[in-house]
Write a new protein. Structure first.
Length: 216
């Protein structure tokens, strides 16, 4: 069911939890933009930091893809390998590049950068969001590096000189957002909340569209 923005009265708010190190969150990003535009809705993007080792173990590979360190059982390896195969298959349809990361990254800093960009301007946030996702999945961005994230913020149009001094505050804010999200039932990304209803996975975007259309 398609939304008709011209008939919308009050913009609806979709809360979207995302994590830059999740390929599924990357695949959902542009579809979420499109949904919001089509339905005249507002998306409130929030960082959620996945604790991947807790449920999928951890591993580190070299530039050639050889495993140099691991803490995964056979079942976890099968799940991880299938997930990246599936994501690359979907990425090809969208013209995106997804290269498996060489380690389990801590995306807290990148999440702090998201909050910093949002405080600047919606357009700054959009550019930051797009750049971080694209470059991380091309293995072109160190999301654990303060100078690297500061540079992306600057490129996106933010007044980024204050970012290094704000990092600790930003990390704490991300941590609180994650705790609040988990209190609401969030456990993975992408997760969307609309009217108190939780939807996990981009496959539920059509359901969200239907709910928005029904309330036009």
């Amino acid at each position: 069911m398609a939304c008709e923005t011209s008939r919308m009265t009050v913009p609806r708010v979709i809360t979207a939890y995302t994590d830059y190190k999740s390929p599924y969150a990357y695949l959902a990003k542009d579809s979420t933009y499109a949904l919001a535009t089509a339905c005249g809705a507002t998306v409130e993007w929030k960082p959620y930091v996945l604790d991947i080792p807790r449920y999928l173990g951890s591993a580190r590979v070299d530039s050639a893809g050889n495993v140099v360190e691991e803490n995964r059982n056979a079942h976890q390896w099968r799940r991880v390998r299938y997930s990246y195969m599936d994501c690359r298959r979907e990425a090809r349809k969208l013209g995106l590049t997804i290269r498996g990361p060489q380690k389990i990254w801590d995306s807290t800093l990148a999440g702090a950068g998201m909050l910093f960009a949002q405080r600047e301007d919606p357009a700054v946030f959009r550019r930051y969001h797009d750049i971080v996702f694209e470059r991380f999945w091309r293995r072109e961005l160190d999301i654990e590096s303060v100078p690297a994230i500061e540079a992306v913020l600057h490129e996106a149009g933010a007044t980024a000189s204050g970012f290094p001094d704000w990092v600790d505050v930003g990390r704490a804010e991300v941590g609180q957002i994650v705790r609040d999200a988990e209190a609401l039932g969030v456990f993975g990304v992408p997760t969307f909340i609309l009217d108190g209803e939780l939807y996990w996975g981009r496959e539920h975007l059509p359901d969200i569209r239907a709910v928005l259309s029904a309330k036009i």
